[in-house]
Design a protein around this ligand. Structure first.
Ligand SMILES: Nc1ncnc2c1ncn2[C@@H]1O[C@H](COP(=O)(O)OP(=O)(O)OP(=O)(O)O)[C@@H](O)[C@H]1O
Length: 586
């Protein structure tokens, strides 16, 4: 919980220094890049060189401060919030993730406390706060507190953040009730009560507590409660971020860790704590964050991730909501979450404050049904992609390796020449072939494997079967194959799925059996088998009951496909925004 107790301070000379620092902090704390519309809003406001007549001079000064970029452009966007909060109305506010809901209540509340009916006059008293903000996790409490602190101080108000050392985070609203009952907290002076991530609090069964203490409810995902609800930045009813490319990629559990890319700040979500720990254990430099990690450690991990000490955070839903971390370019969800709200919040950890981002949802090809459900309910149109073939990746990386070789100093030649001559005379390969191998080695490849389009499994190839007539079930396709493929080879057939039009089936076979299947069609009439370049749209299959949230095991070697074998970015992590052209679109 955050309890913000605010009072007007007498201005002293030393405050000017504090204000300068605050302004600096605001400037430094801003996102690395702001979107066009964030900037346009700011320019419009700055161009007018005047603030709002409704606001106090300190708030106008803050909003017009060129360093306080967040505040200035924010005002125009959240004007309805200002009006309602200054009027003392109850408010239910909803906007997509990363749109700035926090400032949408922080700034008007602060303004209200130095202006109008809620003007603070009394002495600062930690036991009698003026504002109480409840949030589901301590990490979020710290984050929102820092906005109150920075903006409050800049306009001459001070704030504090209190939370019980031993309290379980999810008990936070209950804890407030405890305080009230034990008379360690007096809420009589309270002027604002805010419930952030309100739907989550309600889901956790805090309805009574909420009725007791809340007047402002905010979240990207809220049930519809009627007309008082304010769509803060446009008409946005529980929709996923529009600044994010939402991609889905079929991938079996075993193939997942081969696909996780290197570079760039990434959050990977798993369904279980065990999966998060296991995956973090096999990804170099990754760290896990979940409910079993002790609180103090959680804060250390998050601070280190924010500061860039490590780049891959593997988390459960504890990191799904609210966290605002600069420059997270990629979100990977290892399987479809149970509810659409989780999808919206998780994917919303990127694409914030007008920046763009990529969210990739991995799913078992057999259960594509879950994808359609999330697509329908979140309002996103998923781009369906398949994992790139290692050969394509190798080609790109190979040309970078070639550039790198041209830049190597001639001083190395005398040292390596005799070994090169020996290789040329003994290997039986041409000079060009040997050079090709050297490039492969420099690019991190020792062999090139095939990768299934259907399941992303290495060393499997997806084949497409047509029989010149509709197929009514996968077993129909399977029986057709059995007519001309020996039993021992049929044992290698995986994931038979019908195409959406019902006229073909796709399935995986081990790479070494591909020729046999292609040649086998000669012995069967009306049968065509080919290697598709792209995966066609498939019919959906229901996931059996209880199938969600299973415990994934992430064994094997992540780098088995060679360096760059994943689907994302390389080269310092700059290219995550659009996937760097490495995704295979379907
Ligand atoms: N006008 C603005 N200009 C630039 N950045 C802004 C502006 N308003 C807010 N921001 C920044 O946008 C980011 C996202 O804001 P915030 O965390 O409040 O989003 P949110 O809508 O609450 O998201 P979520 O639903 O995920 O909690 C923050 O870094 C915030 O400082």
């Amino acid at each position: 919980m955050i309890i913000v107790s605010v009072k007007e301070k007498k201005r002293k000379a030393s405050d000017d220094e504090g204000d300068k620092k605050s302004a600096q902090k605001i400037a430094n704390g801003g996102p690395a890049a702001v979107s066009t519309d964030f900037c346009e809003e700011k320019e419009k406001l700055m161009g007018r060189k005047r603030g709002s007549p409704h606001l106090t001079a300190p708030m106008n000064k803050l909003l017009l401060d060129p360093n306080a970029s967040k505040g200035s452009s924010h005002y125009r966007r959240s004007r309805p919030c200002f009006d309602l909060i200054l009027d003392g109305s109850d408010l239910v506010g909803r906007a997509r993730t990363g749109q700035g809901k926090t400032l949408a209540f922080v700034l008007p509340i602060l303004e209200s406390l130095i202006n109008g009916q809620n003007k603070e006059s009394g002495k600062m008293d930690m036991e009698k706060p003026s504002v109480l903000v409840l949030l589901p996790t301590r990490e979020l409490a710290n984050q929102v507190y820092s906005d109150f602190e920075v903006y409050g101080r800049a306009i001459g108000l001070s704030a504090c953040c209190l939370y019980g050392g031993s309290l379980t985070l999810l008990e936070t609203p209950g804890r407030v009730k405890d305080h009230i009952e034990r008379k360690t907290l007096d809420l009589k002076a309270l002027k604002f009560r805010v419930l952030d991530e309100a739907d989550e609090m309600l889901n956790m069964g805090f309805v009574d507590d909420v009725e007791l203490i809340s007047t402002l409810l905010f979240s990207a995902t809220l049930p519809e409660w009627g007309e008082e609800e304010l769509q803060i930045f446009g008409n946005e009813k529980m929709k996923a971020s529009a600044n994010v490319r939402h991609l889905v990629l079929p991938c079996t559990r075993v193939a997942r860790n081969q696909l996780i890319p290197d570079g760039g700040r990434t959050i990977i979500f798993t369904e279980t704590k065990d999966s998060a720990s296991e995956l973090a254990g096999v990804l170099p430099g990754a760290r896990a964050l979940h409910g079993d990690v002790v609180q103090a450690q959680r804060e250390v991990i998050l601070a280190a991730f924010r500061s860039g000490s490590f780049l891959v955070l593997v988390a459960t839903n504890v990191a799904a909501r609210g966290l605002d971390i600069n420059d997270v370019q990629l979100i990977i969800q290892c399987e479809p979450p149970r509810d659409v709200e989780a999808y919206i919040h998780r994917s919303g950890r990127t694409g914030r404050a007008g920046n763009s981002g990529v969210a990739i949802l991995l799913y078992e090809p057999r259960y594509s049904h879950n994808i359609s459900r999330i697509e329908r309910e979140s309002g996103v149109k998923f781009e369906r992609i398949s994992a790139p073939q290692p050969a394509e990746v190798a080609e790109t990386v190979g040309s970078e390796a070639a550039d790198a070789i041209s830049n190597i100093s001639d001083s190395v030649i005398p040292i390596f020449r005799s070994r090169a001559e020996q290789l040329l005379s003994t290997s039986g390969l041409s000079a060009v072939d040997i050079l090709a191998k050297a490039l492969a080695k420099a690019a991190g490849f020792t062999d090139i494997r095939k990768r299934s389009l259907l399941s992303s499994k290495d060393n499997y190839v997806t084949l497409l079967l047509r029989m010149g007539k509709p197929m009514f079930s996968p077993s129909f396709a399977y029986s057709a194959l059995r007519r001309f493929i020996p039993d021992e080879k049929m044992a290698g057939v995986r994931d038979v799925s019908l195409t959406a039009d019902g006229m073909a089936a796709v399935f995986d076979v081990p790479d070494e059996d591909v020729e046999l299947f292609i040649a086998g069609q000669e012995n069967a009439s009306m049968v065509e088998i080919e290697i598709p370049k792209e995966l066609p749209p498939l019919q959906e299959k229901e996931q059996p009951r209880g199938g969600f949230g299973g415990r994934g095991r992430f064994g094997g070697n992540r780098f088995s496909g060679g360096k760059g074998g994943g689907f994302g970015r390389r080269g310092g992590g700059g290219g995550g925004g659009s996937g760097g052209g490495r995704f295979n679109r379907r």
